[in-house]
Design a binder for this molecule. Structure first.
Ligand SMILES: NC(=O)c1ccc[n+]([C@@H]2O[C@H](COP(=O)([O-])OP(=O)(O)OC[C@H]3O[C@@H](n4cnc5c(N)ncnc54)[C@H](OP(=O)(O)O)[C@@H]3O)[C@@H](O)[C@H]2O)c1
Length: 242
């Protein structure tokens, strides 16, 4: 099994790699990292090849995926909720165009670029019987139907745009690449630097370790068939409304 993990240096991304290595001994991994450097243990692991890539840069993605011959799973773990200057908006009065663009850029754009440049890889494997995965870690707050609380304009909108991109892609690929399953994944609230400022009001049993989340996401992905393309999955395997 060949897994391509985008943003393998993040909280969920790194756990995803570690749990894949532990639970699937035949797996080899192509992983990208961005600013923060992966642990020395992961850098030294002969089953992982690391590439530094800004996933908002088409040339970085083209270069990275251009060097990959075949794959079974591609999972994008990149994302942002807050940056050094700003966090998610409680009210529209806090809305800021630059913060909005940053959310769209990190939470939505990479998936479209990855899909564009992974197409050639999936096309080479079109006649293989096994299901191929194209998945992105999204967020339940991107569900329009599920939105009852409001707030978090930029993050919610960027994850809704991501979900629409994945749904769109599933429709196009269903015809052209029928063995590919496109999936949007909600990880549940997970203890990473992304959720740190928002963990106060989360019940202890509702805050998952990144290893727990990774195991759940690996289970979901491993259970998917090509016919289940274009759906939005929660960490527990239930389906979420778009
Ligand atoms: N944690 C949660 O509770 C939670 C809940 C719902 C959804 N999610 C989603 O889960 C995904 C993973 O989040 P996480 O919790 O693992 O957060 P995290 O630890 O902050 O990881 C985010 C990752 O995105 C990478 N990234 C950001 N900008 C990038 C860029 N331009 N190019 C390449 N990589 C970039 C970061 O790399 P650098 O740091 O090196 O830039 C890091 O690897 C996100 O999409 C998030 O929205 C998380």
């Amino acid at each position: 099994m060949i897994a391509v993990i985008a943003a393998g240096n993040g909280g969920i991304g790194q756990a995803f790699i570690e749990r894949m290595l532990a639970s699937k001994p035949d797996t080899i991994i192509h992983a990208s990292y961005h600013h923060s450097i992966p642990t020395q243990t992961l850098l030294d692991n002969p089953r992982i090849s690391w590439t530094k890539a800004d996933l908002t840069s088409e040339s970085d993605i083209k270069m990275w995926l251009g060097g990959i011959e075949s794959l079974d799973w591609l999972v994008n773990c990149a994302g942002m909720l807050h940056n050094a200057d700003k966090g998610p908006e409680k009210t529209i009065r806090e809305f800021d165009a630059d913060f909005f663009y940053h959310n769209i850029q990190v939470n939505c754009l990479p998936t479209l670029l990855l899909a564009k440049h992974a197409t050639a890889i999936y096309r080479r494997q079109k006649s293989e019987a096994s299901v191929k995965i194209f998945a992105t870690v999204s967020a339940k707050v991107g569900s329009i139907e599920d939105n009852r609380l409001g707030g978090w304009y930029s993050y919610r909108a960027s994850k809704s745009a991501l979900n629409m991109s994945l749904k769109n892609l599933s429709i196009e690929w269903q015809r052209q690449l029928p063995n590919v399953c496109v999936a949007s994944l909600h990880p549940g609230t997970t203890d990473t630097q992304l959720s740190k400022p928002f963990q106060k009001n989360v019940a202890a049993n509702a805050l998952f370790s990144s290893n727990y989340t990774a195991d759940k996401l690996i289970d979901i992905i491993g259970s998917l068939s090509a016919e289940q393309t274009g759906r939005f999955w929660s960490w527990d395997g239930s389906e979420l409304p778009w």
